[in-house]
Design a protein around this ligand. Structure first.
Ligand code: FVT
Ligand code: ZN
Ligand code: ZN
Length: 380
């Protein structure tokens, strides 16, 4: 221990403090050391002691709730939240999703009324997932994904009319619409046919954009789909009014289970490890993020969120001039609910702590199933 640290340490411990009773109580035996240190300090280097006292005092800076809020580079606001909605092809459906407490799967006749109180509380944005319930709606090419009468395109049109100020994001993938449940079109050996998949995915994205989505968000992880979508948007003359949000770093793992229940998008064989990223692949995620930025992404997303905070921070560093989004996924949401139910912690406190961690890592947009709760919990 250097002399100045000793002085700081002793000076700090010696101070009577209502907020730090443990350190004063435990160190009464150091008084003679303190006075020796102090007299040395006052003769040799008075400024060391003063400077030490000044720099060791942090508590004052966050003593008030507002001052605590100011410590955050980014504070959670309602504008940062995107709420996931599951829209089925059964217009009158309103079903609870067992593995996603509080979340519903709903039909077109229900969605406007469902959103009304949320919009009144400040909901700004939703992301739409289509859920075809009729088994006949699925095929090898995911034809239903861009059915003009299908749930996503119909919901885009409906919500644009009902809530003209709401920002509508359309998730773009084929897994909800393919019989095999994979995120693209397959070769005969069951692997992804990247060329056909990108062509199909970019057509689906175009259909959503043309129907009026403010943002299209491809979550499939096929190589080159950002470039393909951007080029088609430019060619159609609508690139200037559509945000392209790439799920750039979407990791393969076990946190999507409740979503697959909700959307019926579980692969019928195999897994997604050959297109979603391996959980340890930080360098690979950085390359995927760089690639998607160079291909024309307007927003880059990291998914899941709390297990991948380093990747969010990398995304913010690599894409320092663009917004970074994080998807706080179904498994993360379900875990928080389960642990809160088991008495491990308070649901609200944990929802804030997890989301603040996501913002601190670098995100300024959070796709969250907690959105309706946050609309109640946040003042602005
Ligand atoms: N494209 C969306 C997903 O794959 C799942 C998200 C979740 O688990 O909430
Ligand atoms: Zn998919
Ligand atoms: Zn997906």
């Amino acid at each position: 221990m250097s002399f100045s640290t000793l002085v700081n340490d002793l000076t700090y411990r010696d101070r009577p403090s209502s907020t730090n009773t443990i350190s004063t109580a435990n160190h009464t035996d150091t008084r003679s050391q303190i006075s020796r240190a102090r007299s040395y300090a006052s003769t040799a280097a008075t400024s060391v002691s003063v400077a030490g006292e000044v720099s060791s005092q942090l508590h004052g800076g966050y003593s008030h709730p507002l001052a605590r809020a100011w410590q955050a580079e980014r504070q959670l606001t309602k504008s940062m939240l995107i709420y996931p909605l599951f829209i089925t092809d059964n217009p009158d459906e309103m079903e609870s999703i067992a593995s996603l407490p509080g979340q519903k799967r709903m039909g077109l006749n229900k969605v406007v009324d469902f959103l009304q109180p949320l919009v009144a509380k400040g909901l700004k944005s939703v992301i739409l997932f289509g859920v075809p319930l009729a088994p006949a709606a699925k095929d090898a090419l995911g034809t239903a994904a861009d059915d003009p009468q299908g749930p996503v395109i119909s919901a885009i049109r409906l919500l644009r009319r009902a809530y003209p100020r709401m920002f509508i994001v359309a998730d773009v993938c084929l897994c909800e619409y393919t019989t095999h449940g994979h995120c693209g079109i397959l070769h005969e050996d069951g692997s992804l046919n990247n060329t056909l998949s990108v062509d199909r995915i970019s057509d689906v994205a175009m259909a959503y954009a043309e129907a009026g989505a403010h943002c299209v968000a491809p979550s499939d992880m096929n190589d080159g789909r950002i470039r393909a979508i951007k080029l088609k948007l430019i060619e159609a003359g609508i690139a200037h009014r559509v945000v392209l949000m790439s799920y750039s770093a979407k990791f393969s793992g076990c946190l999507y289970g409740p979503f697959r229940d909700a959307a019926g998008s579980c692969p019928s064989f195999g897994d997604r490890k050959c297109y979603q990223l391996p959980p340890g692949g930080r360098g690979l995620a950085r390359r995927a993020i760089q690639r998607d930025i160079s291909e024309g992404a307007d927003i880059i997303m990291v998914k899941p969120a709390t297990q991948y905070l380093d990747i969010i921070s990398d995304a913010k560093e690599i894409g320092k001039d663009m917004p970074v989004a994080a998807y706080h996924v179904s498994g993360e949401y379900a875990m928080i609910h389960a642990a809160a139910k088991a008495g491990v912690f308070d649901l609200k406190a944990m929802a804030f702590e997890a989301t603040e961690g996501i913002l601190r890592a670098g995100a300024s947009i959070v796709v969250s199933y907690f959105t309706p709760d946050f609309l109640d919990w946040l003042e602005t």
